[in-house]
Design a protein around this ligand. Sequence first.
Ligand code: 5AD
Ligand code: SF4
Length: 473
Amino acid sequence: MVRVYRYDYIEYVRGMKFTVLTFGCQMNVHDSDWLIRAMESRGWTAVSESEADIFIINTCSVRDKPEQKVYSVLGRLAPLCKKAGSFVAVGGCVAQQIGEGFLEKFPHVRLVFGSDGIAQAPQALEELAKDHKKTLVLNDFVAAYPEREGGLAQPNQDLLPPGIGTIPGQAFVNIMQGCDNFCAYCIVPYTRGRQKSRSSEAVVNECKSLVKAGVREITLLGQNVNSFGIDKKGTDSSFAELLYKVSAIDGLERIRFTTSHPKDLAPEVIKAFGELPNLCPSLHLPVQSGSDNILKKMGRKYDRARYLGIVEGLRKVCPDIALTTDIIVGFPGETDEDFEQTMNMMELVRYESSFSFKYSDRPGVAAVKMQPKVPEDVAQSRLARLQERQKSITRESLEALTGREMIVLLERKSKRQEIGGVSWRGKDPGGRVINVHFAGLDEEQKLGGKLVKVKITEAKNHSLIGVKMGEIW
Ligand code: 5AD
Ligand code: SF4
């Protein structure tokens, strides 16, 4: 499952005519990125919302809050669609869920495209821009991974709009679509459909062309990357085999992958953390709950002992691995005791950071019928307690890194600047944010995509400060 790390949208801006508003997970961000490139390769131009004629909303329905946001954005866009030729296209998980309903309820929506429909969205957008009376719904699931043509990631950084997924030197590569796990709380298997792995050859070729274009860090993306290839029944590589193939690409300095389901994390993948020099020592491993009772109700198919065994195995081969997680509090039937087990799990694993959520009923998922529901105020106070504890664990783990030397892949200028140079932010192999001050650096000099060795001098709440130790390369 890909984590949802923000509810508000990212607005891509460039040139004129269309805009893409993105909600939800990294996969949505990556899909939007691709769509922008695909439209631009067809001669369209991305602009700010106030200048756009065509509005594309890429939606998320993993919890109720991001879904509601879509309706409020649609309301806001209605008056802007009064000019001739203007319309809204709704894509992503809510589009898959609601389908035609969008056309019926919102006359300014003329295109609805679900998870598998995105590959045809560029063509559809062009058709609708030509024929103002037409509407289209692209919600059919297809049997195999829908390869996308046009706008494939050839990241000329000067041409790309700003935003996540377009960080200089970094790229995301989809390796699969959908999920077959049907965890009791999760809408994803319904909105993204059955698991469909891409061919390992297509993945490796895309990675090779990215590295050739200057990319140094690749993140392999999927709802549950560890089950890559299972739908192909052994006719293609397993995820571990794919990792080794991508790792062997000449010039690729860093690989990451997200998201992992603990039940599918193969021993070979754990081993890879000890063997592959360019596999980053960081893993997002959603635990969801620390209670065996709740894990069973969630249908997660692992228990505390198995999860802790995986953590132990990972730390044995890669002692510095930075572990992060997703946690749901207030799942139906969660008692105080169950919640204490989750708190205990945090003490045992000491996640560097976590995304935590109050359980939210999603239409059609198994947990909707599970009782008793946890009262809102109880769930809220559990969430607050958990987040407070995480804050101090994060702080302590970051403080323990002071004095260490790290290689940082620089991304962009830091928000906070000091006099007498320029500060840039980037990430270490563990995925931690590090701000580095470069004394005497020209404001205009672009360091995005460059690597630099730093020594950590200070820990903040969510980031580190480092000083440059040598050349930038
Ligand atoms: N309620 C609350 N959180 C949820 N997640 C998924 N479905 C729900 C839900 N119904 C969380 C899980 C998942 C993350 C992306 O969102 O923790 O890993
Ligand atoms: Fe992740 Fe489970 Fe949802 Fe699949 S069903 S996307 S594994 S949380």
